[in-house]
Design a protein around this ligand. Structure first.
Ligand code: SF4
Length: 483
C-alpha cells in the first residue's frame, strides 16, 4: 500500500477534526458515565466513594485521552471509541456489582466462559483483576497501596502483582460485597488468590480444577463436568438458576462477536496495518470481558473495522512511518501502555498483536446443553495468559508461530513481567525460536501492575538501547509529546 502524504491545508483540517473528536469523546464519555451513576446510584455514590476509594481513581480519564496525542484520523477515532467504551462499560459493571451483592460471584481470571454462565443464571460476575487492571491503565501508582497491604498481611512479594493487588483490595476492606467465590488453578498467581479468598472472605468457595494438559478431548470432557458441578453448586448456594435458552442466546451472540473480531484481525495483516496497539488489546479486554454475547460487542468490532477500512481506502497506515511490525509477547504492558505510542512515533514500530489478546478463537456449538458445556470448557481452558503459562511448551510456541506467520511480524517485544514465573522458564527457548526465525527479540523486564519495579523511563531507555544498538535504527523524533 503506497503511503500518501497530506498537503498543508489537509493537515490543518485534519488536526482540527482530530481535536474536535477528542473533546467530543471526552464530553460524551463523562456525560454517559455521569448519567448512569446518577440514575442508578444517585446520592449513594458518595458513600460508595468513601467505602471504595478506587472509585474516585476511575473518575480521572486523562491517561486514556492523553494517549491519542500524535495519533490521527481513523486510528485516533478507533482508539477514542475504545476509551469511551471502556470507561462507560466499567461504570455499568461497577454499578451492577454494587447494586445486588447477593447475586455477585467473586472470581479470578479473565472470566471467559464463566461470565456467560453466570449471566445466564441471573448472577453478576465480579472479576477480581478488573479493578487492578483499570487502575494500572488510568493511574499506575494507585495499585501500590493494595500490593503493599497484601504483602504486610504475609502474601509473598514474589506472587504475581495482579493477584496481589486484587488481594490488597480485600485486606484493605475495599472489595465489593459478594455472595460466593469461584477459584481456579489456572496459574500460580490465581491459586494463591483462591487460597487467600478461602481464608479471608468467609464466603462459600468452589474451585474449578483446570487440567494442566488442557488441549485434549479428555481435558475438555473433564472440565465440562467441572462446569456442570459448578452450576449445581451455584444453584445450591446462590439465588441464581440456569436459563439454558438464555445461555444459548448469549453464546450465539458470542459466536457472531468472534466472527467480527476475526474480520478486525484480518485487516491487521495488511501492510501498513490500518490500526494498531490499543485498538487490539482494548477491544479484547472490553468485548469478551464486559460485553460478551451482547449486540454491543459485535457493533464495537464492526465500528473498529469501519475505521480500519477508512484508512485502507485512503491508502494509509495507523502508523504513517511503519518500519517494524511487532508482537508484544506475554501480557500487554498495562502499567506502561503509553510505550506503544512511544514506539510508534519515535521508532516506527507498529504493535500488531499481543499474546494476551490473541487467544484461540472458539466457536461454541449451541445445539445442545452438552455441546455448550464442551464449548465453554474449551473457552475457559484457553483463557488468555494462563493458556501460555501451563501445559506443554507446544501450546506456547504454536501460538507464537501463528502470530508471527499470520501477521508477518519482524520484531518480538517481550514484556517480561517479573511476577509470571511459569513463563519465565521459557526465556531461553523463546530466544532460540526467534533466532531460528531470524527475528530480533527484546526482553524488557517490567511488572504488569507495579510501576516501581521498572518505571516508564526505564522501559523507554531499554527500548531505545535495543533499537540503537541491536537494530541500528535512527529515531524518527527525539521526544514524544505527552509521555
Ligand atoms: S501474569 Fe502470569 S501469574 Fe499473573 S495472572 Fe497472568 S498468567 Fe497468572
Amino acid at each position: 500500500m503506497a503511503v500518501v502524504q497530506p498537503s498543508d491545508s489537509e493537515s490543518i483540517l485534519s488536526t482540527t477534526r482530530d481535536n474536535y473528536l477528542l473533546w467530543k469523546t471526552i464530553g460524551k464519555t463523562y456525560l454517559t458515565a455521569g448519567k448512569t451513576i446518577l440514575k442508578r446510584r444517585g446520592p449513594k455514590i458518595l458513600s460508595d466513594a468513601k467505602q471504595y476509594p478506587w472509585l474516585t481513581e476511575l473518575a480521572d480519564l486523562s491517561s486514556f485521552f492523553r494517549s491519542v496525542s500524535g495519533r490521527s484520523g481513523a486510528y485516533r477515532k478507533a482508539i477514542l471509541m475504545l476509551f469511551e467504551a471502556t470507561a462507560t462499560n466499567v461504570v455499568d459493571y461497577v454499578v451492577d456489582v454494587l447494586e445486588q451483592p447477593e447475586r455477585v460471584v467473586y472470581f479470578q481470571s479473565a472470566g471467559l466462559g464463566l461470565t456467560e454462565i453466570l449471566k445466564s443464571m441471573g448472577l453478576i460476575p465480579y472479576i477480581d483483576m478488573a479493578i487492578p487492571v483499570v487502575n494500572a491503565l488510568l493511574n499506575p501508582p494507585s495499585n501500590t497501596v493494595y500490593m503493599d497491604a497484601a504483602e504486610s498481611e504475609g502474601v509473598s512479594s514474589d506472587i504475581c502483582s495482579l493477584g496481589r493487588a486484587a488481594q490488597g483490595l480485600l485486606f484493605k476492606g475495599h472489595y465489593p460485597k459478594a455472595s460466593v467465590v469461584i477459584g481456579n488453578n489456572g496459574c500460580e498467581g490465581q491459586v494463591n488468590s483462591s487460597l487467600v479468598y478461602a481464608k479471608r472472605l468467609g464466603l462459600p468457595l468452589f474451585i474449578v480444577d483446570m487440567p494442566n494438559q488442557y488441549n485434549t478431548e479428555r481435558a475438555e470432557e473433564f472440565f465440562a463436568g467441572e462446569l456442570r458441578r459448578m452450576i449445581e453448586w451455584l444453584t445450591s448456594n446462590t439465588p441464581g438458576r440456569m436459563d439454558w435458552d438464555l445461555l444459548k442466546e448469549i453464546l450465539d451472540g458470542r459466536n457472531r462477536q468472534e466472527e467480527a473480531k476475526l474480520e478486525l484481525w484480518e485487516l491487521m495483516r495488511l501492510k501498513p496495518a490500518p490500526l494498531a496497539a490499543e485498538v487490539i488489546f482494548l477491544s479484547q479486554l472490553i468485548a469478551p470481558v464486559f460485553l460478551s454475547g451482547s449486540p454491543a460487542a459485535c457493533e464495537l468490532y464492526e465500528s473498529l473495522c469501519e475505521c480500519g477500512q477508512e484508512n485502507i481506502q485512503k491508502g494509509i497506515g495507523a502508523n504513517p512511518n511503519e518500519r517494524y511490525r511487532a508482537v508484544v509477547w506475554h501480557p500487554f504492558m498495562a502499567v506502561h501502555f503509553h510505550i506503544y505510542r512511544y514506539l510508534e512515533l519515535k521508532w516506527g514500530v507498529t504493535v500488531i498483536q499481543d499474546s494476551m489478546s490473541y487467544s484461540n478463537t472458539i466457536f461454541v456449538d449451541t445445539s445442545s446443553q452438552d455441546s455448550m458445556m464442551r464449548g465453554l470448557a474449551r473457552m475457559m481452558l484457553n483463557t488468555p495468559m494462563v493458556n501460555l503459562s501451563r501445559g506443554t511448551a507446544e501450546n506456547y510456541f504454536q501460538t507464537f508461530e501463528q502470530i508471527v506467520d499470520q501477521y508477518d511480524v519482524n520484531l518480538v517485544l517481550v514484556g517480561d513481567h517479573i511476577g509470571c514465573k511459569s513463563v519465565a522458564g521459557m526465556t531461553g527457548l523463546l530466544r532460540d525460536k526467534c533466532r531460528q526465525k531470524d527475528i530480533p527479540v527484546a526482553f524488557i523486564p517490567y511488572d504488569l501492575i507495579d510501576p516501581r519495579f521498572a518505571s516508564m523511563g526505564d522501559v523507554m531507555r531499554r527500548f531505545d538501547q535495543f533499537m540503537e544498538t541491536i537494530l541500528d535504527a535512527e529515531p524518527l523524533m527525539e521526544t514524544v509529546p505527552d509521555i
